[in-house]
Ligand binder design. Structure first.
Ligand code: PEP
Ligand code: MG
Length: 539
């Protein structure tokens, strides 16, 4: 492909233009590696490669086990004990050696065939516990193949080491999950290209919050690039150019200069309060720089994703009180951990579900895990000593659920000296929207989570670019629900805002103001754009 640029068209999900080398972040890249049928090495050499990889993986697993035990807990560390046992399993190792010595299979093929066979056998067993062990087998396989790739003849991937975890690179990945962000040096990433992911996927939200371009729905890119290939990405048009020609690069530079010059601080406007969405406590500094009038969504689960582990109560308190102090009396909507669905994480040991988007997530997860809930409630209550705390429950489906959550909160904070605490909910599920008045009467405030609301209203996956045509907020029925919520808020006199991604799109700002919504919450960097749109509406 030298000298000839290759163009791809995808779904634009975060504005901006970037040109950089890529970091291939493909969790499953070894599934796609062409596997040689017969080894080019001697049987002894191939066995030595396998043994070396096995020892390295075993050492790594022991290190992770100790780290997890120290920082998280013994129960969680058991996962890695189990993985180490798989690696040392005698019948599995016999099969590997048999394939290498009798069939002359390269180590990669022997591992793939053996581990896949074991995984499929476990997946077929009618027991949730056993099926979970299948994912451990897949994980051990990936670790072995990753380790082997450094020694594979004829296969050279620069890997994460030289990519410095995406630093100053455009990260290319199948899907950007919150878990992957733990691995990335994401504050220094130049852009994201994903195979999957819609406009409100977490990849998109993260990219917009970081102010870097992102395009999704690019299929087949892995086949034409390798780590280090230069790529141009235009998050406005959805275009991705592999090995761009000098003319293409200079045109792109012109576009990016115009975009940067648009950034400036705009003071608060009269007709719309603009709050900031933040993921980490430190993000509050940028929100203040851009004169946010409050924090309308603090996605507290991202603190765990970023730390790569569960936090203890003092660590949560430290982060929450930092934000409360910085905001100096302005509202801070702390969304209690919103886990499950695409925000699944290994720290919680969630059961495998065939449909996690409709499973133990959001409010259901909080109720199912009082240990996690109570700790977070106590940390929030302690933080309220420094300024008002707004506790916001995610994915609430009914009034009964809200009663349960409020009851749990009250018991958890019993005995703590608190300041002012308000409690409210996110409207993200149609069943809650249809009971808006009742739910608002029980709450101090609410915020519309349009990302999930659209997903559940139209039964369309927010992360699936293949059905993105149906993920459309322009459909009248969506606005019927928004109007219904606004009228319930006006009737009950409770503050209502919107914190989903639609609030960040200036195209909708005047419509929200026209129909009576007075507060939006958006990524800090978009605050000026939304204020400009609100000013235009008032002209
Ligand atoms: C939403 O669903 O609109 C929302 C703001 O929450 P999240 O995007 O974190 O699911
Ligand atoms: Mg949501």
């Amino acid at each position: 492909m030298s000298g000839k640029e290759i163009r791809f068209q995808g779904l634009p999900i975060s504005n901006g233009v970037a040109i950089a080398k890529v970091c291939l972040f493909d969790d499953n890249r070894h599934h796609k590696m062409p596997l040689e049928e017969t080894s080019r090495l001697s049987v002894e050499e191939e066995i030595a490669r396998l043994k070396k990889a096995s020892v390295l993986v075993s050492q790594r697993l022991a290190e992770i086990r100790d780290k997890v035990k120290r920082e998280i807990g013994s129960a969680e560390a058991e996962i890695f004990v189990a993985q180490k046992m798989i690696l040392e399993d005698s019948s599995l190792n016999e099969q590997l050696l048999y394939l290498i010595s009798s069939k002359r299979a390269p180590a990669e093929l022997a591992i793939t065939l053996t581990f896949d066979e074991y995984e499929h056998k476990l997946l077929a067993v009618d027991s949730e516990y056993i099926r979970q062990r299948a994912s451990d087998i897949a994980e051990v396989k990936r670790r072995l193949l990753d380790t082997l790739s450094d020694t594979a003849p004829g296969f050279k991937c620069e890997g994460l080491g030289s990519c410095k975890k995406g630093r100053n690179r455009i990260v290319v990945t199948e899907e950007l999950t919150p878990m992957i962000t733990i691995e990335l040096n994401f504050e220094h990433v130049k852009g994201f290209i994903t195979e999957r992911g819609g406009v409100t996927s977490h990849a998109a939200i993260l990219a917009r919050a970081l102010g870097v371009p992102a395009v999704s729905g690019i299929h087949g890119l892995f086949d034409v690039i390798s780590c280090g290939t230069q790529v141009l990405i235009n998050g406005q048009t959805g275009e991705v150019v592999v090995c761009p020609e000098p003319d293409t690069i200079s045109q792109a530079h012109q576009i990016s200069t115009v975009e940067v010059s648009k950034e400036r601080i705009i003071e608060p406007v009269d007709n719309l309060k603009v709050y900031a969405n933040i993921n980490l406590s430190n993000d509050v500094d940028e929100a203040l720089e851009l004169h946010a009038e409050g924090i309308g969504l603090y996605r507290t689960e991202f603190e765990l994703f970023s730390a790569g582990r569960l936090l203890d109560e003092d660590e949560e308190f430290e982060r929450y009180s930092y934000v409360v102090k910085k905001m100096n009396g302005k509202p801070v909507y702390f969304r209690m951990l919103d886990v499950g669905g695409d925000k699944n994480t290994q720290f919680f040991n969630l059961p495998q579900e065939s449909n996690p988007y409709l499973g133990c997530r959001g409010a259901r997860f909080l109720i199912a895990r009082p240990d996690i809930f109570n700790q977070q409630a106590r940390a929030l209550a302690r933080a309220s000593a420094y300024g008002p705390v707004y506790v916001m429950y995610p994915m609430v489906v009914s009034a009964e659920q809200l009663v349960t959550l409020k009851g749990m909160f009250a018991s958890a904070i019993d005995g703590i000296r608190t300041g002012t605490i308000y409690q409210g909910l996110m409207f993200e599920v149609p069943s809650a929207c249809l009971r808006a008045t009742e739910l608002l009467e029980m709450s101090d405030f609410a915020s519309i989570g349009s990302n999930d609301l659209i997903q559940y209203l139209f039964a369309v996956d927010r992360n699936n670019d293949l059905v993105a045509y149906d993920y459309n907020p322009d459909k009248p029925v969506f606005w019927d629900i928004i109007r219904l919520l606004i009228s319930a808020a006006q009737k009950t006199g409770k503050p209502l805002s919107i914190c989903g991604e639609i609030a960040s799109d200036p195209k909708y700002t005047s419509k929200f103001i026209d129909i009576g919504l007075d507060t939006v919450s958006v990524s800090s960097r978009l605050i000026p754009h939304i204020r400009l749109a609100a000013m235009e509406q008032s002209l």
